[in-house]
Ligand binder design. Sequence first.
Ligand code: ARG
Length: 402
Amino acid sequence: MSDTNKKVVLAYSGGLDTSVMIAWLKQKYGLETVAVLVDVGRVSGLEELRAKALDIGAVEALVVDAKEEFARDFILPALAANALYEQKYPLVSSLSRPLISKVLVEAAREHGAVAIAHGCTAKGNDQVRFDLGIRALAPELEIMAPAREWGMTREQAIDYAAENGIPVPLKKESPYSIDENMWGRAVECGPLEDPWSEPPEDAYEHTVSPAKAPDEAAYIEVAFEAGVPVSFDGVAMDLTALLAGIDELAGAHGFGRIDMIENRLVGIKSREVYEAPAALALIRAHRELEDLTLPRELAHFKQGLEQKFAELAYYGSWYDPLMDALRAFIAETQKRVTGTVRLKLYKGGCTVVGRKSPNSLYETGLATYGAADSFSHDAARGFCELYGLPLEVWARKGGFRE
Ligand code: ARG
């Protein structure tokens, strides 16, 4: 690829590496860069970043607002699946990569690019997610990963930037590698690489330390319609606003931190820190509402699929036919999941303290140990027989004494 008119679409973040790539792709391969910055929430200074890409020499720089699509097509299915990789991680970065891939492919087609480049290194999961996402959607496009190829250290990249008139971030570099979007924030590297040492406070940005959380608990109510959160404390809002509202409140109460050892797709164990107050609170609330509304066998069966969903999403297999089928099944289960959940936020904790639903399968008459109920002894015996329950349940109703 040495034809000067050939174009490459670059997944541009505005950071040092992807800035350097604009110059490097031109020097090494004679490619003109179309820089594409995809906004999936929580990016600031979009206009400056766009201008910077053009300054460095990109022939085109686009900022694509994909927040709504991210919420609707990626976050909602993940919430419906209560998706937590290895029971802990709400798939913050994993969910955005397939969407960013899609936007890149669209840009490549629109601008007649022959390749797509991303800034991932060879150690992480994100490279696989981009490679698989792009390959699934546009097998004809070449995929380039300059950082896997050039072998530059951070210092070398800074030198390269200086030699090529690329502005280098002035403020002291954060020791962390951070990726964030409206579903949460992922933090890696630096002092976190020692799995024995406690994450420094400065690793966190959206949550306070539980020790500094208010002494007074806060209560929130989230209402769902068919599995979709539709209101927060009685106020109807779209998912973007709802996430921002819960993030702020739950984060202020010290909830939402995760410190875990994670099995990466590439065969490495890594120590990861996340903060995702809204994602974790919503999954908790949603799960609770399912407990109230889904029949037992469906609830149990769904759990196995949830784990598979989380794995596939983590592995970057979003466009795999199995994923389509899982999503379809899970969507079917959500029809009943309507109601309201009340959460209590207190000193780093988030507990469900109330739930109600027009589709509730909870019957006070069946559940009560008290005397006052409308459930007849005959009905109790019939119920025990039908479900193979020990007759003591019936006996508890006073059946044997009658
Ligand atoms: N380990 C997480 C994942 O694989 C987070 C990756 C974050 N990416 C980053 N460039 N810091 O989904």
